[in-house]
Design a protein around this ligand. Structure first.
Ligand SMILES: Nc1ncnc2c1ncn2[C@@H]1O[C@H](COP(=O)(O)OP(=O)(O)OP(=O)(O)O)[C@@H](O)[C@H]1O
Ligand SMILES: O=P(O)(O)OC[C@H]1O[C@H](OP(=O)(O)OP(=O)(O)O)[C@H](O)[C@@H]1O
Length: 236
């Protein structure tokens, strides 16, 4: 028996909504080890091995091809490898987990409303302050690409492990790149999105690895059951 490897997010609302995608397709997932167990089972298709992983790990493993099918955020696919989107095939856009990856500066930076303004600030920063402009983010690759596209090279990235919005107030960085949906975390921390600073609009995606094994047609059956729920059709 060949086993299809399926990975779903291990926490939060996107975990619940991901489980609902499968339940709605008649493919309910059980957790015999309890709600805190990271292993699941699908009674309708016992050949599917279900793992609950962190959203960023799902992106990495789909791109590597060590899992066949999974759900995670589009932002994490783009961040994980420049070639990430080429390594996966989107079965379905799921319409939840919607969030934007944005560049945000302190409200007090009244002269900075566009990436061009930020470029001017970056160019002068070292001469004025004796150090590089610092950008806090966990989206290191997305940030490098977006800043390079705007001709900004004079900055340093401070890698953030969470609560990125705190970095400007604490002095850890001057500005941030992070995910936002309602905008309330940014405004609660005195930060404002730059006008052309939306790098990516993301949502959760159901994807298969490009090099996925088709397991004698079983993965195709699974994909067909899942994509039947939406208008999109999927060709492997
Ligand atoms: N406030 C939000 N609203 C909607 N979607 C969000 C929000 N915050 C994050 N997301 C999305 O949820 C997905 C998972 O983000 P999360 O930060 O939980 O993942 P992670 O990097 O695996 O985190 P961790 O390392 O803490 O497990 C991402 O694709 C992200 O775009
Ligand atoms: O625009 P908002 O609606 O305020 O949402 C934005 C926040 O949501 C995420 O944090 P979350 O607490 O989900 O996770 P994280 O900080 O651990 O990444 C994200 O990192 C932002 O901090």
């Amino acid at each position: 028996m060949t086993t299809i490897m399926l990975a779903l997010p291990s926490k939060g609302r996107i975990q619940d909504e991901s489980l609902a995608v499968f339940a709605d397709a008649g493919l309910a997932i059980d957790r015999p080890g309890g709600a805190r167990s990271y292993l699941g089972e699908m009674a309708a298709m016992p050949d599917v091995s279900v793992r609950f992983l962190s959203a960023s790990e799902i992106a990495r493993e789909l791109i590597r091809g060590t899992i066949d099918i999974g759900i995670t955020g589009e932002d994490l696919i783009h961040e994980t490898a420049a070639a990430g989107p080429d390594q996966i095939a989107i079965v379905k856009r799921l319409g939840f987990g919607r969030a934007d990856a944005v560049v945000a500066v302190p409200d007090s930076w009244i002269d900075v409303t566009t990436m061009d303004d930020l470029s001017d600030v970056a160019a002068d920063f070292r001469a004025r302050h004796g150090r590089w402009l610092k950008v806090a983010t966990k989206f290191v690759n997305l940030t490098r690409r977006h800043f390079a596209a705007h001709g900004i090279a004079e900055y340093r990235i401070v890698e953030s492990l969470g609560a990125t919005e705190a970095a400007p107030a604490s002095g850890a960085a001057d500005l941030i790149v992070d995910i936002t949906s309602t905008g309330s975390t940014l405004s609660a921390n005195g930060l404002r999105i730059i006008e052309d600073g939306t790098m990516l609009k993301s949502e959760s995606l159901l994807m298969v690895a490009r090099n996925a094994e088709w397991h004698e047609g079983k993965l195709e059956t699974l994909v067909r059951l899942l994509s039947a729920l939406g208008a999109e059709t999927f060709q492997p």
